[in-house]
Design a protein around this ligand. Sequence first.
Ligand SMILES: Cc1cc2nc3c(=O)[nH]c(=O)nc-3n(C[C@H](O)[C@H](O)[C@H](O)COP(=O)(O)O)c2cc1C
Length: 446
Amino acid sequence: MTPPYDPSPVTTPLGTETSDFSVRALAGLPEVAPGDDLARLIAAAGPGLADGDILLVTSKIVSKAEGRVLAAGDREAAIDAETVRVVARRGPLRIVENRQGLIMAAAGVDASNTPAGTVLLLPLDPDASARAIRAGLRETLGVDVGVLVTDTFGRPWRNGLTDVAIGSAGVRVLDDLRGGSDSHGNPLSATVVAVADELAAAGDLVKGKTAGRPVAVVRGLARLVGGDDDARALVRDPADDMFRLGTSEAVREAVTQRRTVREFTDEPVDPAAVRRAVAAAVTAPAPHHTTPWRFVLLESAASRTGLLDAMRDAWIEDLRRDGKPAESIAKRVRRGEVLRKAPYLVVPCLVTEGSHHYGDERRDTAEREMFVVATGAGVQNLLVALAGERLGSAWVSSTMFCRDVVREVLGLPPEWDPMGAVAVGHPAGPPKPRPERSASAFIEVR
Ligand SMILES: Cc1cc2nc3c(=O)[nH]c(=O)nc-3n(C[C@H](O)[C@H](O)[C@H](O)COP(=O)(O)O)c2cc1C
């Protein structure tokens, strides 16, 4: 027999204050069925509940009471339906953001602790579920308790599972210690304690996964009860999340999210970030084990203006030779100002060192093209790596049309062939959305 609820204290420090608290599992809850009133069942199992207690309620029984049960055959379809965004996928395992905004394996669709042939979905709105239990206990027992709905999560970087809070009512879910100081007087500038998750984990210690005790009660931490924090506050905003994607997904996104950026903010570009991008660029494939890439970094305003002025003059000369009227020339030149608006320029160059000479046009042309496409691969690597540094870029062709001028102004060796120029900077805004391109439109299978 499980002993009745006994709130004898366990001493544990919490936050800056030291508090004694006890955590005990409630015994005697029946198997929960759809439509059951959880507050009444909990009240019957824990008649001694008191103001300031915090209940840790396993989401499984909330799901069962709310009828969030499906036939197991629908598991994959259920995961699809509960998924808002795939964060990481490896084989059949999917870590996703689900409809509740939680990032977890299989969207929280779970086959444990439910009859064979069925799976459980998470409660539709776990904060609302927690509020309903809290209100029901106030009504039934006249007590003011906090309620957390908990679920078991795996964690990035760490082995093992732990319970966390996914729904909350009347509990301060985050203890913000910023602005205070530690015991040595050092200022706390980043310490926000996820107390709701700590409570959930403590509850799991006594509930267990197999003991049939889905509710625990913490007594002694009434200072955390009150307010109307949602457990949603525990979910990091994607914009602040340095780990928004799994490794494979981040690599794919780096490629697909690279877009031409033509408008930049005034924020300077970190030269170290560009060097990291160049280090990635020179890992591109190239013929005959050559390394045909060179990158000229225009880090001074004088070097950029000097190049752009000389290129503009050369372009104007070309257009005059074409017989274009002055007005049309001025218009074209204005359109070519992408590079001038950028706070940083890179001029990628091709060197054909190590290329073969065949002596016939067909093969010599193919050889040259091989080096040119390899340069493209290097530049694409650079752009993708810059995107990974959150830098926007625009690869424009202009230097290719006046190579001698570029070599002369930048003092480059005659065998360096400028292959366009890359404008780099912090994007002034998101790129224009573009319809997704389906692979099938670009594929012939033989
Ligand atoms: C070799 C090359 C030369 C380019 N030249 C120019 C250019 O002179 N001016 C320009 O605005 N964009 C130029 N672009 C950028 C393309 O316009 C751009 O890649 C295209 O519109 C697709 O948009 P996305 O890069 O956002 O996918 C060039 C791109 C490449 C690969």
